[in-house]
Design a protein around this ligand. Structure first.
Ligand code: PMP
Length: 426
């Protein structure tokens, strides 16, 4: 294969497309997260590999920011979507596949009783917060440093001098006051806040912190949170948009054995198709059903979304990839540590093997503040070397694994990483 460096000298088809894209798309992208990655344009993806428009091939550990849990273009999902959508894509009314998809999802998750499908994680989070307010008659919610819950005004924050503040121009700044932002994995911070405030409707969290690091809940933390929510009459919301169907079939609730009142899902649930869901007990969810709480959307539960969801969930039930992904992820993590040590690099690799985190500096990282001690700029530079050596990984340090990463792909990844590390230290 003729690999051209992707991070310099852009006189290539990606470079030409980037010039055109920047004229017609702000920043040349359609999601601000993509401003952080080099402007490579992809021709196709298959299994765990991506091929760009210049013919360069990469082993992919971004997986579309997580959704391609079965790899790119999984045949059973494609066939299901193709077959179903030929009968029409959207009815603005009910169809059998939405019932089938919801039933399958409830079978896998076990604890919830009802589902509402949406299009993006951001929207389903908003539905969860609105429902929690309706149920409790209270307004504010507790959320945590470094946890991401979408781009809408009331949840998009950045940390500045230990304070959560609006992260974007144009954001209604006072919507951030709807929430109190606390350090995660610290139950006493939550208990103190609950003792001082009686207007809290909900606690929302990533039950395993995957947007910033890959940090598991401390032993007893989720249980403590469950107890605190029960004793103060709060709704516990797990944002499982990344962790759902990825860290276990039943997501973090199953992996850690703690059941929330509501949970949001997206990404891994539909093999790459854009769909999200809010799940919960019927007693709460029925408020949507009576019309008391509004949740609407033209594209909710489209034929394609439901076909993709049902096919993906059937795949996960019939051929569960969890043990294989975990063992390949562990091997990759160990391999990265070994290579880093061979090259004298202080690479910290940690977290759950299905979505682990790597960064330069001293570990372990236990919360958002300790994540800040890692050298993000240096890692960002390293991801450019990875890309030049045919490994596509996110500059923020997360490595997503899929069912399509075979043992031989892990071996090849480690060879390529070895080359990237050689280049990084030379
Ligand atoms: N919640 C979590 C935990 C997420 O990781 C994300 C997206 N990365 C969202 C919500 C928002 O989902 P979407 O990008 O589909 O709106």
């Amino acid at each position: 294969m003729n690999r051209r460096p992707m991070t310099s000298g852009r006189a290539d088809r990606s470079g030409q497309l980037d010039t055109r894209a920047k004229r017609v798309l702000p920043g040349g992208v359609n999601s601000n997260v993509r401003l952080l990655a080099p402007p490579v344009f992809f021709d196709h993806g298959r299994g765990c590999r991506l091929v760009d428009v210049d013919g360069n091939e990469y082993i992919d550990y971004l997986l579309g920011q997580g959704p391609n849990f079965l790899g790119h273009a999984p045949a059973d999902i494609l066939n299901a979507v193709d077959e179903a959508s030929r009968r029409g894509m959207l009815y603005g009314a009910q169809h059998p596949l939405e019932v089938e998809a919801a039933e399958l999802m409830l079978d896998i998750l076990e604890w919830p009783e009802q589902i509402r499908f949406g299009v993006s994680g951001s929207e389903s989070v908003q539905a969860a917060l609105r429902l929690a307010r309706a149920v409790t008659g209270r307004t504010r919610f507790i959320r945590f440093e470094g946890h991401y819950h979408g781009w809408f005004d009331n949840v998009l924050v950045k940390m500045e001098d230990g304070q959560a503040v609006a992260a974007s121009e144009g954001q209604v700044a006072h919507h951030v006051d709807d929430s109190i932002t606390l350090p995660w994995n610290d139950i006493s911070a939550v208990l103190e806040t609950l003792a001082a405030h009686d207007d809290i409707a909900a606690v929302i969290m990533e039950p395993v912190m995957l947007n910033a690091g890959s940090i598991e809940p401390a032993p007893g933390y989720l249980e403590g949170m469950r107890e605190a929510c029960d004793s103060h009459g709060l709704v516990l919301i797990f944002d499982e948009v990344i962790s759902g169907f990825r860290v276990a079939a039943g997501g973090a609730a199953q992996r850690y054995g703690v059941i929330p009142d509501l949970a949001t899902y997206g990404k891994a649930m539909a093999g790459g198709w854009p769909v999200s869901a809010l799940a919960g007990r019927a007693e709460m969810m029925e408020r949507f059903g009576t019309g008391a709480v509004n949740h609407s959307g033209t594209f909710n539960a489209s034929v394609m979304a439901c076909a993709a969801t049902a096919a993906t969930l059937r795949h996960l039930i019939n051929d569960p990839p969890y043990e294989t992904i975990a063992s390949r992820g562990e091997r990759l993590m160990a391999g990265l540590r070994q290579l880093a040590s061979d090259h004298g690099l202080d690479l910290n690799v940690q977290g759950v093997p299905m979505a682990f985190h790597a960064g330069f500096g001293d570990g372990p990282v236990t919360d958002y503040r300790s994540l800040g001690r890692l050298d993000a700029a240096r890692y960002n530079q390293f991801t450019l070397a990875l890309i030049d050596h045919g490994v596509w990984a996110a500059s923020r340090g997360i490595w997503y694994l899929s069912a399509a990463h075979e043992e031989s792909d892990i071996d090849e990844t480690l060879e390529r990483v070895d080359g990237a590390m050689k280049a990084a230290v030379s």
